[in-house]
Design a protein around this ligand. Structure first.
Ligand code: KG4
Length: 345
């Protein structure tokens, strides 16, 4: 059967609070199913134990649906790719254990995937009937999520170097923690994005970090935001409600300015004009607009992922698995998940 020449990868993602499965055939996406967990909303953050239980409930139906939607039978698959880390250990264990069982049952190899590489490589997912112009190498990737804020020099699909990163909080944490201070539910990032559209980004000024080289810091901003609100609330107990949109717009502008400042510096230092962005915070409309404007001004080729690929998804795991499969980078049954991993692990 000439089917054998096809490379068909089943991807599994379970690093945090989204259970996802995707099928990619010869680099083209056939399905990408994501079950997001609502159970955490009531707790103001992801509860690890609840997350792993929800993954256990979701993983079989999600994989089933991904295969069905792709029109792919289990015995047509070339390999199963899974997120080995970084992430919540209990959540990662569900995906890793599932991949092991699936690999044994289907008699196909396993490919382990670094979640961070997945976010970077989401730009290489080809969709059916959509024009495909992936970023050329080398490119710079701004990876901004709830756990990471990094600038990565991407030399090839599987060759990456972190050239700047946060020394404390991630950009997503800055959004979420400041939202919490304003009494908003978790995750606050999308809500701040929405409210910021109605506000004045220059209404308030918050402190920006002075950090060397290409590194980031967001914990000072969080503290400055907290103290500012504390002082204002002493004068007017309704300050937050009366200024919510302006607070969101000003905070968002500050975070965007911090992110862009170092990205521009990195582009100048390396001379690279091929720029990508990824991770949950890359869904932020203000950040996307600012990146597009900067790209136009500086003649960058800017790549912004579609919404489904900004959040945690198995399509990015499957595409990374596809590149690793071609290099025969397989994993044994003794693989254990890692809560912490850097981009090259
Ligand atoms: O990559 P991701 O889904 O997973 C983790 O790193 O856990 O990123 C989640 C982060 C959260 O901090 C969330 O508030 C943020 O991405 N986020 C946003 C937006 N959508 C998600 N932040 C700002 N604006 C958004 N539209």
């Amino acid at each position: 059967m000439d089917n054998k020449k096809d490379i068909i990868i089943l991807g599994i993602e379970s690093s945090c609070d989204d259970t996802s499965a995707a099928v990619i055939k010869n680099g083209v996406l056939l399905s990408n199913i994501i079950a997001s967990q609502k159970v955490h909303e009531a707790y103001g953050g992801v509860v690890p134990e609840l997350a792993s239980r929800a993954h256990q409930q979701n993983i079989v139906p999600v994989v089933d649906q991904a295969l069905k939607q792709a029109g792919i039978d289990r015995n047509e698959l070339s390999a199963v790719a899974f997120t080995r880390g970084p992430g919540l250990l209990g959540s990662l264990l569900v995906g890793t254990s599932f991949a092991k069982g699936f690999s044994l049952a289907a008699g196909i190899p396993m490919v382990e995937v670094n979640h961070l590489q997945g976010h970077v490589l989401a730009h290489y997912i080809q969709e059916k009937e959509v024009e495909f112009n992936p970023p050329k190498f080398p490119h710079l990737s701004l990876l901004v999520s709830g756990g990471n804020s990094q600038i990565i020099l991407v030399k090839d699909h599987l060759e990456m170097e972190v050239i700047g990163q946060t020394i404390d909080d991630a950009a997503g944490e800055a959004f979420d923690k400041c939202a919490k201070v304003m009494g908003m539910p978790y995750p606050g990032g999308p809500l701040i994005d929405r409210l910021a559209k109605e506000g004045n980004p220059n209404a308030f000024e918050f402190s920006k970090p002075r950090i060397k080289d290409l590194d980031y810091s967001f914990s000072g901003l969080k503290t400055s935001f907290l103290y500012f609100l504390r002082d204002q609330l002493k004068e007017n107990e309704n300050f937050i409600e009366e200024n919510q949109a302006d607070l969101c717009a000003s905070l968002q502008k500050t975070i965007i300015d911090i992110l862009l400042n170092k990205l521009i510096k990195a582009a100048k230092q390396t001379g690279i004009k091929e720029i990508t962005v990824g991770g949950g915070v890359s869904a932020n409309s203000g950040l996307q607009n600012a990146l597009r404007a900067e790209a136009q001004k500086r003649h960058w080729n800017m790549y912004i992922p579609k919404f489904a690929f900004t959040m945690d998804n198995a399509a990015m795991i499957a595409i990374t698995g596809y590149f690793k499969y071609q290099k025969k980078l397989f994993t044994g049954q003794d693989a254990v998940p890692f809560a912490r991993m850097s981009i090259n692990d």
